[in-house]
Design a protein around this ligand. Structure first.
Ligand code: SF4
Ligand code: SF4
Length: 164
C-alpha cells in the first residue's frame, strides 16, 4: 500500500481547496471529496493521526490509489473495505497480530509485515490491542485525510484535505 509512489523527489504544493469527508457503511469506510480541476494520472488518498505539514513526502498511510475513467474524470469517493489497516512504516514484523487474529485475516507481506484481508476481518480489534507499536488502526473521522495528485513525472502535489 505504501509503495505506490515512486521514490523520487516529490514536489508538494499545499493548495487546499475542499474538505474530505469520512463516513462508515456496512462494508467499511467511505471517503469523499469534491470534484476538482487538475491534470493527474492518479490520485493517492492518505491518512494520518497528525495534520499534514507542507512538503512532507512521508506523511500518512496510503489508503487507496484512484484512477480516472475513460473520459479522464476522477471519482469523488473511495470505499475502504474492512475495519482495520496496518501502517507498514510502523510494523516491525513481530507476528503477534497474525497469531492472535481469530479469523486468520492477517498474513505476512513480502517484507514479513502484517497485511489484513478485509474480507476475513470481523472487526474484533484484537490485533490493534496487541500490536506493540500501534501499527494497526481503524480509519475514522478523527484522523486527517489528504488527497494527492500524481503525474507520470512522479511529481506529487497535495491538492486538498482536511480533518473531515
Ligand atoms: S480486527 Fe480482529 S478479525 Fe480483524 S484483522 Fe484484527 S484480529 Fe483479525
Ligand atoms: S503486531 Fe504490530 S508490529 Fe507486530 S506484525 Fe502485527 S502490525 Fe506488525
Amino acid at each position: 500500500m505504501k509503495t505506490l509512489i515512486p521514490s523520487v523527489i516529490l514536489v508538494l504544493v499545499s493548495t487546499i481547496t475542499a474538505s474530505i469527508t469520512f463516513s462508515l457503511d456496512a462494508i467499511g469506510s467511505v471517503i469523499q471529496w469534491e470534484q476538482f480541476e487538475g491534470s493527474y494520472d492518479s490520485l493517492v488518498l492518505r491518512c494520518s493521526e497528525t495534520a499534514y505539514e507542507t512538503e512532507d513526502p512521508d506523511w500518512g498511510v496510503i489508503l487507496a490509489t484512484v484512477y480516472p475513467d475513460s473520459s479522464g474524470v476522477f471519482p469523488t469517493s473511495v470505499q475502504i473495505q474492512g475495519a482495520f489497516i496496518v501502517d507498514p512504516d510502523k510494523c516491525i514484523a513481530c507476528g503477534i497480530c497474525i497469531n492472535r487474529c481469530p479469523t486468520d485475516a492477517i498474513t505476512e507481506d513480502i517484507d514479513g509485515k502484517a497485511a489484513i484481508n478485509p474480507g476475513l476481518c470481523i472487526a474484533c480489534g484484537i490485533c490493534s490491542n496487541v500490536c506493540p507499536v500501534e501499527a494497526i488502526f481503524a480509519p475514522s473521522s478523527s484522523l486527517h485525510y489528504g488527497l494527492f495528485g500524481v503525474t507520470e513525472e512522479s511529481i506529487e502535489e497535495f491538492i486538498q484535505g482536511s480533518v473531515q
